[in-house]
Design a protein around this ligand. Structure first.
Ligand code: PMP
Length: 363
């Protein structure tokens, strides 16, 4: 049976898939979990009980129904969706990124993104059999405008991803440079605003003001960083006709009844999540100040709920922190520009204190 299975795999599973690694999720049991940019706050107890009642009353025997449109409307209103735009929902923005690659899979199509960046952009291209062009950032993690424009001219990409702010570098890039990239783009540009709750700027107002200039731009967001990473709900807004085409590749019922009821509930209590985001931004300021006071740590400024640092030996510090009970992300192997870098998620005041103590002990 073993030999038989091996044969089945080598002959029937795509060769490039066989040589891939699955998306790695770190084991976090018993650790202070600061590795995945989650909101550290749970729903207040009263809201947990209220949501429990709502979920208990759902007709789980039925497929998701028209209530999904209530969620689309609520999200559009919450985000301030521009006129003439429509909204598409994904099982996390991860799914939207995959669906975009599928919808844009014309012969010779390519996807371009600055690197280091979010891994799903490259992975979606690879899985769909599209070419991926990664354009290195400058050593201080700014966009290399000349390199971006040259790569766009050479490869004529179908999709350009601009993460705003970027993961894992946590910074917002210069809008003037982004605008020149948008102007040069022959295909779609996706502004990925996953970290919008913590960012000082958004592109949404610009899209509304100048539809002529941004007619090929899509804006992607997620409820994950809002405080619902466990729910899995991403959304993408863009010109109606464009969203209508991309939405055709979405699997039916991709958003479960539980997903949309939780998301609707969260939007009804958006003030609670806004307060949590406010606390996270305040904790980020304290964390960055404390990190900057450490002589052996290089700390970059952040517009997200993560902070990138460089230490003398990332592997040693990561392991040291883990043995102190704190899990962060060692991103140093992701890209040469990230040598000896760790990505720290901003947690609660108490979690950040534990993280700082573990870091100091492990440098
Ligand atoms: N975009 C960026 C830039 C991210 O960092 C992430 C996840 N960390 C996502 C999209 C995906 O988010 P989700 O699938 O949870 O919506």
């Amino acid at each position: 049976m073993k030999a038989c299975l091996a044969n089945l795999i080598t002959t029937r599973i795509r060769q490039d898939v066989q040589s891939m690694h699955a998306y790695a999720i770190q084991e976090s049991t018993g650790l202070v979990k600061l590795d995945a940019m989650e909101n550290p706050h749970r729903l207040p107890a009263a809201l947990q009980a209220h949501l429990g009642q709502r979920l208990g009353a759902l007709a789980l025997n039925r497929y998701p129904d028209g209530r999904i449109n209530d969620l689309r409307e609520a999200l559009a209103e919450y985000a301030g969706m521009p006129e003439g735009f429509d909204i598409m929902l994904g099982n996390g923005s991860d799914e939207l990124i995959s669906l975009l690659a599928m919808a844009c899979d014309v012969p010779g199509a390519s996807i371009l993104a600055p690197l280091p960046g979010f891994v799903m952009y490259g992975m979606s291209a690879q899985l769909q059999g599209l070419k991926f062009i990664g354009v290195p950032l400058s050593p201080d993690f700014e966009l290399d405008e000349a390199a971006m424009l040259a790569a766009i001219a050479e490869h004529q990409p179908s999709i350009i991803y601009i993460a705003y702010p970027n993961n894992p570098t946590a910074n917002l890039w210069d809008d003037v440079v982004i605008d020149r990239i948008i102007a040069a783009a022959p295909g779609l540009v996706v502004m990925d605003e996953a970290y919008q709750p913590f960012a000082s700027r958004s592109y949404i107002t610009r899209l509304a003001q100048e539809p002529g200039r941004y007619g090929h731009v899509l804006l992607m967001r997620t409820m994950s960083k809002f405080g619902l990473a466990g729910v899995r709900l991403g959304y993408m807004m863009g010109p109606k006709a464009l969203i209508a085409e991309i939405d055709k590749v979405r699997p039916p019922y991709n958003i479960s009844v539980l997903n949309y009821e939780c998301a609707l509930f969260a939007l009804e209590h958006a003030d609670v999540f806004a307060e949590q985001a406010q606390d996270i931004r305040a904790q980020r300021t304290l964390l960055v100040d404390a990190l900057q006071a450490l002589p052996d740590v290089k700390t970059w400024k952040s517009d997200a709920n993560m902070v990138l640092i460089r230490v003398a030996n990332a592997a040693k510090t990561f392991e040291g922190m883990r043995s102190c009970g704190v899990l962060v992300k060692n991103v140093s192997k992701m890209h040469p520009l990230l040598a000896d870098c760790l990505r720290l998620t901003v947690g609660t005041a108490d979690e950040n204190k534990q993280m700082l103590a573990a870091l100091k002990k492990s440098l």
